[in-house]
Design a protein around this ligand. Sequence first.
Ligand code: ZN
Length: 122
Amino acid sequence: MAISIQYWANYTAEKPKLMRKSDNAVISNHVLKFLFDQETKTIHSVIQASMRNTSYKVTANLGNSYEVSNTSCECPLGKYECHHVASALLYGYKCVSKTDIKCGWLKNTKTSIKKDIKTMEE
Ligand SMILES: [Zn+2]
């Protein structure tokens, strides 16, 4: 099932910084893991932090009127609104809606400039 862009649009409404940063994060392959539980309409994602060599676990519930509720993120801003949650929402739209399984869209990004980034396995 596709995740509507409306969720991202609502979450980032009037917050150009969130829009820009989340767009950037998706383009830069910062979405390390993404899972959408259709039964509970919950997104579980892992987003790489932009500066540090660390990653944050993100969860977000999708409502019936395109509202996003019960978001959580492990980053210091996660209590409020951070771009990691927005990144997961955007990824869900850009990637899940296209293939429903795997994202082929990230291939075009410039991965060559990436420093050696360790993926963190739990
Ligand atoms: Zn965050």
